[in-house]
Write a protein that binds this ligand. Structure first.
Ligand code: ATP
Ligand code: MG
Length: 394
């Protein structure tokens, strides 16, 4: 019955003169999301509406799922559409639609008609009233409720007639590509993929950096991070994942700095490297999965000290006020949780001290870092030079 979806978008509808930029970005993201699916799809923009028309071997469930990964989409409405220029034919098709979708329903309903094609007979109000009556006679178990209907039959009469009543929720947000790019610090944990997803939801393209420490961290740990990048790519498009060999830097910190400060100093070097690659990519910020108080390295004092290592970019921490349980819930929703909980070693946990500082002082940490002078420059340089970059797609 269907071969068309009406795409409802929220915020992007209210962007004034920039509206077409947002609509184009949305259309592009829809095209990308559907590119690998069976069937052929055409995306049509028409006076503030975006339609996806499907043909060939397309599968409804798969198509809807793909659309549910496109930020900017608030609702996906399967539309019954046909060509007619007279009321009787419209009524016949409307009742066919009721038989198909609401055969044994006893829900309340309202009919809303918008007549854009002024050559169609009767006014919008008259058509709505006549159709309402026809539905009542055809399906006596349904009743009219104009204030709070269970089902709203939305009918638009343009060059064709469009009928829809179901709205499948989309992910919301803004189309990726409308808000620049940012560099995500992506570990193998639960938090950072969620953090990347949240920023991508606001229209931001995602680059990522992962620090590994072979042979202390395994090839499997790295594969896991690639899989997490794939989860993000399913929403955000291609993720350029930078894989940094962090072993020598970690060993140097271990050999030269107080052990209770290892984690915080290591985090500062991670941020410096993230900042370097962010610049290289033209990214406008760094993203982490930190949340206040979650671990010793995420107390307010620790965050302050970590933050001071980044000189030129904002650090976005979208999970900052969230509890772990809330983060887990989101991770399950976006599909990263199953991968995140697979066992792995993180380079942060390898060299971790028994009693890490929880209230580091910036001056003290900077003095400890000075012990690395003369060693760290070469190691940083090598880490940057040997970084492997993989393009990760969903
Ligand atoms: P996650 O669940 O995201 O791993 P976490 O609770 O384990 O977070 P930390 O290990 O303190 O917290 O890391 C805080 C943040 O630092 C992470 O969310 C991530 O953004 C970044 N980070 C930590 N380890 C790495 C790593 N090996 N590679 C890249 N980024 C990392
Ligand atoms: Mg972690």
């Amino acid at each position: 019955m269907y071969h068309t979806f009406l795409i409802k978008y929220g915020e992007i509808g209210i962007k004034g003169k920039n509206r077409h930029v947002f609509e184009d970005a949305l259309a592009k993201q829809i095209r990308l999301a559907l590119a690998k699916k069976d069937g052929s799809f055409s995306i049509r923009k028409e006076r503030g509406r975006v339609y996806v028309e499907c043909s060939g071997e397309w599968n409804e469930e798969e198509t809807v799922e793909a659309l549910q990964h496109v930020f900017g989409i608030v609702g996906i409405c399967p539309v019954y559409t046909f060509e007619t220029t007279d009321y009787e034919a419209l009524e016949r098709d409307m009742l066919k639609y009721i038989d198909e979708e609401y055969a044994s329903s006893s829900e309340t309903f309202k009919v809303k008609v918008r007549r854009v094609n002024k050559n169609f007979p009767l006014t919008s109000m008259e058509i709505a009233a006549k159709l309402g009556e026809a539905i009542l006679q055809h399906q006596p178990s349904m009743h009219v409720d104009v204030h709070n209907p269970d089902v709203l039959f939305d009918i638009e009469i343009r060059d064709r007639v469009y009928i829809y009543s179901k709205v499948i929720p989309g992910p919301g947000g803004m189309p990726v590509g409308t808000n620049g790019n940012a560099m995500l610090c992506l570990s193998g944990g639960i938090d950072s993929p969620v953090a990347g997803w949240m920023i991508a939801k606001r229209g931001v393209g995602i680059d990522a950096v992962y620090f590994h420490a072979p042979p202390y961290t395994s090839e499997r740990a790295k594969e896991k991070v690639v899989d997490l990048a794939k989860c993000i790519a399913a929403y955000a498009g291609t993720v350029r994942l930078h894989i940094v060999n962090f072993t020598d830097i970690q060993l140097a910190i271990y050999d030269n700095c107080p052990h209770e400060e290892l984690t915080i100093i290591m985090r500062r070097y991670m941020m410096r490297i993230a900042e370097h690659f962010a610049h290289e990519r033209g990214d406008l910020g760094i993203i982490t999965g930190e949340s206040i108080g979650q671990v010793a390295s995420q107390t307010m004092q620790s965050l302050l000290v970590t933050d001071s290592a980044v000189k030129t970019l904002p650090v976005y921490r979208p999970l900052i006020g969230m509890d772990k349980s809330e983060i887990v819930e989101l991770a399950e929703k976006i599909g990263s949780y199953e991968t995140s909980i697979l066992p792995y070693e993180d380079c942060c946990t390898i060299f971790v001290a028994k009693h890490p500082v929880t209230k580091p002082d910036l001056g003290v940490i900077e003095r400890s870092e000075q012990k690395l002078n003369g060693i760290i420059e070469e190691l940083m340089d090598r880490a940057l030079r040997t970084t492997e970059i993989i393009r990760v797609n969903a």
